[in-house]
Design a protein around this ligand. Structure first.
Ligand code: HEC
Ligand code: HEC
Ligand code: HEC
Ligand code: HEC
Ligand code: HEC
Length: 234
């Protein structure tokens, strides 16, 4: 890098080179930027900025809210929905100002009701338009995935998403490649737990005990993840 500053500063040659480097650098940076922020990317660590600084570490960690309070469809459907504004308003209803200018007593719980961090939430509540949450995990369209098929068989969120209950901002924890899916489908025992512990991300056993339990649960419940192409490419 320092090499180019050895060029005499006054030459046109240098200015041309500098201009080129700035342009090329900018292009390089924007390619990187697009690559990293495209929701299509499978890269581990993808961590977009959300419109509201919502913290899982606070809500799911400290406040111990169950994942299903907000992601209610996770054990019922293929997709795990992002909560509607109403779910947040249960605790974060805005201040209501009456026509006479008084602050009306909130009908619902109003934690941090005047917080600027909740501006977009209250705006969404007022307009009825949902919050523009940025999607983080996304498989290509030609792959079929189903949450309930995993969650109801004792595969925890933590196996695929990491310790979301400790994340201030959610990032993608695993590279969701085909090899990743197949690794677990061929060898699920380290990932099987009692179904009632699926949303308890802190739950864990020493490796040997986990393997014992995994084998037992697999046999008892006849768990046989498939590896033939048509299961995921239908
Ligand atoms: C109070 C509601 C709430 C609770 C409780 C909650 N979440 Fe979320 N979750 C959200 C919201 C809102 C988003 C979208 C914004 C974001 O990514 O932070 C989200 C996003 C996510 C995403 C990323 C989705 C994507 O775009 O790919 C994952 C994974 C996730 N949550 C897992 C969990 C897990 C696991 C738990 C339980 C430990 C949990 N959540 C508990 C509200 C909640
Ligand atoms: C069960 C009640 C409950 C629900 C539901 C809930 N929250 Fe919260 N939230 C809290 C509490 C309690 C705090 C404050 C903790 C503190 O300040 O000590 C908080 C704090 C926050 C803050 C920080 C506000 C500030 O000014 O510091 C944001 C942002 C937030 N919540 C967003 C959301 C969003 C978005 C949702 C819906 C996806 C949601 N919350 C759902 C209870 C809830
Ligand atoms: C076997 C792995 C696996 C498990 C277990 C799992 N997820 Fe996911 N999750 C994924 C994949 C893969 C995607 C991307 C799905 C897609 O693009 O169709 C995803 C996406 C999501 C999303 C974004 C919305 C969606 O459905 O695309 C949320 C929210 C989410 N997961 C929450 C959870 C919660 C909460 C749990 C536990 C109760 C959980 N997940 C368990 C693999 C998993
Ligand atoms: C951590 C372990 C694990 C990972 C990772 C995993 N799976 Fe699975 N998968 C399972 C288990 C366990 C089952 C349940 C098998 C059974 O019920 O016999 C399953 C079942 C399925 C099914 C069958 C659903 C049905 O309708 O019968 C599909 C489809 C599937 N997985 C797709 C995927 C895809 C796609 C990925 C990667 C994006 C993936 N899985 C990653 C463990 C895993
Ligand atoms: C357990 C689920 C699962 C099974 C079984 C599976 N795939 Fe895939 N496959 C995936 C996922 C997830 C991707 C997307 C990975 C990515 O985008 O990097 C994928 C991607 C692909 C691609 C696109 C190229 C690539 O590598 O990204 C091809 C081709 C493919 N699979 C063929 C097959 C064939 C052939 C079989 C049977 C031998 C098969 N798959 C079985 C989950 C599966």
């Amino acid at each position: 890098m320092s090499q180019r500053f050895l060029f005499p500063r006054w030459t046109n040659k240098f200015l041309a080179l500098l201009g080129f480097l700035i342009l090329a650098g900018g292009a390089y940076a924007s390619v990187l930027f697009l690559g990293v922020t495209s929701p299509e990317t499978l890269n581990t660590g993808y961590r977009p900025l959300q419109p509201i600084p919502f913290s899982h570490a606070l809500h799911a960690g400290e406040l111990k809210m169950d994942c299903k309070y907000c992601h209610g469809s996770v054990d019922k459907a293929a997709h795990s929905e992002i909560p509607a504004t109403q779910t947040c308003i249960n605790c974060h209803s805005p201040k209501t100002i009456t026509p006479t200018g008084d602050v009306a007593p909130p009908k619902l719980s109003a934690i941090h009701s005047g917080s600027p961090k909740l501006k977009d939430l209250h705006e969404s509540w007022r307009t009825g338009e949902s919050v523009d949450w940025v999607r983080i995990h996304r498989l290509p369209d030609f792959v079929y995935f189903n949450h309930s098929a995993h969650v109801n068989r004792g595969v925890s969120c933590v196996s695929c998403h990491g310790r979301v209950d400790q994340m201030e901002v959610v990032h993608q924890d695993k590279n969701q490649s085909m090899a990743w899916c197949l690794d677990c489908h061929r060898n699920p025992e380290p990932h099987l737990r009692p179904v009632d512990q699926v949303t308890n991300l802190a739950w864990s056993l020493p490796a040997a005990e986990q393997l014992e339990l995994g084998k037992k649960l697999r046999a008892e419940n006849n768990i046989n993840p498939q590896v033939n192409c048509a299961v995921c490419h239908r």
